[in-house]
Design a protein. Sequence first.
Length: 240
Amino acid sequence: MERKECFGLIQEVVDKDGLTMTQTRLECRDCLEFRDCIRYVKQKKEEEKERDEIRKQKMITQIIDLSEVISNEIGSCLLEFLNRLYSSDLGMVLFKNLILFWEVPRDRLSSTLTFPISPSTLALIQGRETEEEDSGERSTSDPGGTPKEGSVVHIVLIQSFFAGNRKANLGLIADEVARTFSSNDAAAQQILHSLPYPEIKIFRRMDIEQRTNWLIKKWGFQDELDALRKEMAALEMKRD
């Protein structure tokens, strides 16, 4: 049976209290396909969530594999940070950005980080499906191998951490990542494109420090940032 043109256009919206509501049209009242339409929309949303979860886990695996992390403490914090980050508001924006972490050994004056960028990695940060890679599509915009515009690789250096203070270490990682995104024009533009209009105006007026704090709160790491600030304040008092 042929479906109506409006079939599947019912939307589920989440209000400010976190409640999910079904947003319908006037013509839905007497529609014989109403129940099928709701089931279709719910199934479509579940499938989308499942695809996003698979993409998230692939991205986290890529980041862990390509990063250089020495201590178990930072490795554990990094894994928690990435899982929470990609599940937060604006988490989906990060799929076009590859964030790598480099823990600098304390007993070295300098070091070098070398990492390969495979076609599958580029496919992830460009937001393309794996099937495109399997079909032989190139993951570059030209024969010379230049990545498509919009894909960004960020490297976050971790030179020291707070032993035994998990919250402060998470705050340290969150602060570095948020600061990186706040000071990078391409990343800032990607964030702007995902915001509702009122928040776009607010974000544009912010300086780098304000954007950093705003992103940390948006990602859900405010408590961790507070723990970091306490540790930093304690260090300053020791120096004085």
